[in-house]
Design a protein around this ligand. Structure first.
Ligand code: MN
Length: 286
């Protein structure tokens, strides 16, 4: 099932390019800073699923392609954290190697991106002024946690996954702390919806593709990931409790590069869909 948030954080089910409002199937619906309905739904989805499916059958479908009628939001709401895998595709590790990188920066690890950097599909992100640094795209497969857990063993890790989505780990390239360089407002586009884990099946058999202005830049199969999703979950949950609604992004394939004012990024992942993000700024200095 494809689950989206839209307009005033309504819950929608997406089928064949159309969306049905299924908010009435939720036991509660709230909006704003303290909104918790999404996190509860990630946790309780298997119990809520029959009601959501029924609401999807009964409701009126609105087309998504005439984007003015329905505004999709990021399909995550108030995650306690966004955990990101570093150095998780061999060709990307290779392209990052060089005199400026020290050994630890090229080894698998996880870092945090600020949840306040999250924006939804079709957003325009405003680049910050970063001098002679470059700002890069990293198109990644991400997952959303359903079941809370700490010290999750690899063989049970996928039981904790609610679903999968697309995330662009926008990054100021160069040295300095990763969490700062990757946490500017707008640096975490997520969308266009979450596809539940049952519909995705094997998360290591998905084609990932990122285009800038129609030109292909990143093209990989998720099976090439070095540290696979169960191991990422085991690693991350060995450090911190994973809560429903938390986001884990699995690392960038090779082909990262600069984004500049006027660019359009399109990221497509097999079985999930396609997300478009526009790039603006930085505004020229006076
Ligand atoms: Mn990344």
């Amino acid at each position: 099932m494809k689950l989206a948030l839209f307009d005033d954080y309504r819950l929608g089910v997406v089928t064949d390019g159309k969306i049905v409002d299924v908010t009435s199937a939720l036991p509660q619906h709230d909006t704003g800073l303290g909104a918790s309905f999404w996190v509860r739904m990630c946790q309780d989805f298997s119990e809520l699923r029959p009601r959501i499916e029924e609401a999807a059958r009964q409701g009126a479908a609105q087309p998504l392609d005439q984007g003015h009628q329905v505004r999709l939001r990021a399909p995550v709401l108030n995650p306690s954290k966004v955990i990101a895998a570093a150095s998780n595709y061999a060709d990307h590790v290779q392209e990052m190697s060089g005199p400026a990188r020290t050994g630890w920066q090229l080894q698998f690890d996880t870092f945090l991106k600020a949840p306040s950097a999250i924006v939804g599909p079709n957003s325009t992100i405003s680049l910050p002024e970063v001098g002679d640094r470059e700002i890069h795209h990293e198109g990644e497969l991400a997952l959303v946690i359903g079941k809370q857990g700490k010290n999750i063993p690899e063989d049970r890790a996928l039981d904790h996954v609610f679903g999968y989505t697309i995330l662009v780990d926008v990054t100021v390239r160069g040295d300095g702390d990763r969490s700062r360089r990757k946490s500017y407002d707008g640096f975490c586009p997520i969308g266009p919806w979450v596809v539940t884990a049952d519909e995705v099946g094997d998360p290591h058999a998905l084609h990932i593709n990122l285009r800038i202005n129609g030109e292909q830049r990143q093209d990989v199969n998720s099976g090439e990931m070095l540290t696979k999703i169960p191991a990422i979950i085991a690693f991350a949950s060995g450090v911190m409790t994973l809560f429903p609604g938390d986001v884990i992004t699995t690392g960038s394939p090779a082909g990262v590069g600069k984004i500049v004012d006027g660019d359009t990024m399109e990221v497509e992942i097999e079985k999930i869909g396609r997300m478009t993000i526009n790039v603006a700024g930085p505004s020229s200095l006076p």
